[in-house]
Design a protein around this ligand. Sequence first.
Ligand code: 13P
Length: 252
Amino acid sequence: MARMPIIAGNWKMHNKRAEAEQLAREVVAATAATTDVEIVLCPPFTSLEAVAKAIAGSRVKLGAQNCHFEEKGAFTGEVSVPMLKELGVEYVIIGHSERRQYFAETDAAINRKAQTLYAHGVTPIICVGETLEEREAGRTAEVVSTQVRGCLAGLPADKVAASVIAYEPVWAIGTGRTATKEQAQEVHALIRKLVAEMFTPDVAAALRIQYGGSVKPENARELMSQPDIDGALVGGASLKAESFAGIVNFNK
Ligand code: 13P
C-alpha cells in the first residue's frame, strides 16, 4: 500500500498572528502545485485561528503543537482537544523532545493524549528519538523501542494505522546535524517492525513515519527516498515559505 508522504512544519514558539498569517499564505501559494504530499502547518496556539483563515480552501492542513489529555477541567494554562478541534485542527504533535525535556512529558501522558485525540477524530503526530548520549552509548534501539511501546500501548489498531510517528533524534534537532539516510532508515525500519509486532503487519504498513531533525530542501529528497521514511517534521526550515516549500516539493 502506498503511503502518502506527510510534511509538517513545526513553528515552535515563533510567529505572532500577522507573521503567521503571512507565512501561511506564502506556503499555500508556494505548494499549490503539489498534490501528492500532505502538508500540515503547526503554529503556536495563539496563531491557529489566523493560520486557519489563511489556508482555508487550500490543501494545507492545520496542526497544533500540544494538547492536554483531559477534555476540560482545572488545568491552568492548558488547551484541550475539543478547543483545538473547534479551530479546525486536524493534527497534534505530542511528545516532542522539547516537551519531554522541558515539561517532563512522559510516554504515559503521550498515550493518554493519543486516546483523547482519537476520541475527537484528530490525528496525533507522536514524537520519539534518542539523545546524543544515548546514541553514543549504543542505546538508540532500546530507547526508541521503549518510547514507541509506552506511547502506543493499548491503543486501538485502526487508529494507530492512521496515525503518524515522527522519529526525531534529539542530537539532530536545530543543530544542522542531520541523521544520514542510513541512520534514519535503520530506526524507521525498527519502529515499523515493532508496530507490526505490537499490532499487525497491516497496521505497520499503513502507519506513516516522519523523520525530523535539520531537514532542509538540500537533504529532503535523499531522506524521503528511503523505504520507511514517509515525510518530515520540519522546525527551522519551516519558518520560511521558500525553504518549507522546497522540502514539500522534494520530488519536483
Ligand atoms: P529543526 O528542523 O529545526 O532541526 O527541528 C526539528 C524539530 O524539532 C521538528 O519538530
